[in-house]
Design a protein around this ligand. Sequence first.
Ligand code: ADP
Ligand code: MG
Length: 252
Amino acid sequence: MSKIIAITNQKGGVGKTTTSVNLGASLAALGKKVLLVDIDPQGNTTSGVGVNKADVVYCIYDVLINDIHPKDAMVETAIPNLKIIPATIQLAGAEIELVPTISREVRLKKSLQLVKHLFDYILIDCPPSLGILTVNSLTASDSVIIPIQCEYYALEGLSQLLNTVRLVQKHLNTTLQIEGVLLTMFDARTNLGMQVIEEVKKYFQQKVYQTIIPRNVRLSEAPSHGQSIVTYDPRSKGAEVYMELAKEVMAI
Ligand code: ADP
Ligand code: MG
C-alpha cells in the first residue's frame, strides 16, 4: 500500500530536507518506489538529488497553480526508483496566488491522488512555515514525520505545529497521523543532546524513532555534490543511520 508522508517543522535548519533526500534515497535503495515532492521555494531537495533548476520544465508550482499533471512534472534522479517533482523559486509566489483560488488547501492532495498508486512512498519536503503550502502538504498526506534538532529550544514552536496538525485533522484530513518524530543532528559530546532526547521522548513517547541522526559531516557535504548520502558516501555513519531509519519506517 502506498503512503504519503509530509516531512514538516516550521523551524528552518532542523533536517527536513536532509531527511527527505536521504530517507527517500534509502527507501529507494531498499527497493521501494519513491517520489520526492519538493514544496519549499528554496528547492534544496531538488538540487540535493542533482536536478539542475535551470533545466526544470514544470515544477510543483505548475502542478498547484497551472493544473499540470504531476506525471508531467516528474523528473528522474540518478537513483533508480527515486523520482522528484522539483521546486524552483517560482513557487515563492504560490502562497499569495493560492489565497483567492477555489479549494486552495486540497490542490496538492488532488494532484498526488492521480499518481499515488505508482509509488510505495511519496515524501513531501515542507517549507519552514505553517502557511498554505504546508497546509496543502498536511492535507495531502497520510502522516507526518517531524524532525527535531537536538538543540536548546528544540521543543519551541512545536505546539504551533501540533495545533496546525489538529486543525487540518479537524477540517481537511481527518485521517492524518503522526508517523514519527525524528531526532536529528545529535552530538554525543554534549549533555544537552541527551536532555533534549529525554524531553522529546517524554512528550512524544513511542512516536519517537529509535534511530537518532547524529551530526555527520558527510551528510552536510553531500548536497553540494547533488547527491544523497547513499551514493555520495555509502559507508558513512550518515548513510548507515538513514538506512536504519528507512527500515524503521518500512516496519510501521
Ligand atoms: P531544513 O530543511 O529543516 O531547513 P536541512 O536539512 O536543510 O534543514 O539542514 C540544515 C543544515 O544542516 C544543512 O546545511 C544540512 O546540510 C545540515 N545538516 C542536516 N542534518 C545534518 C546532520 N545530521 N549532520 C550534519 N549536518 C546536517
Ligand atoms: Mg529544507
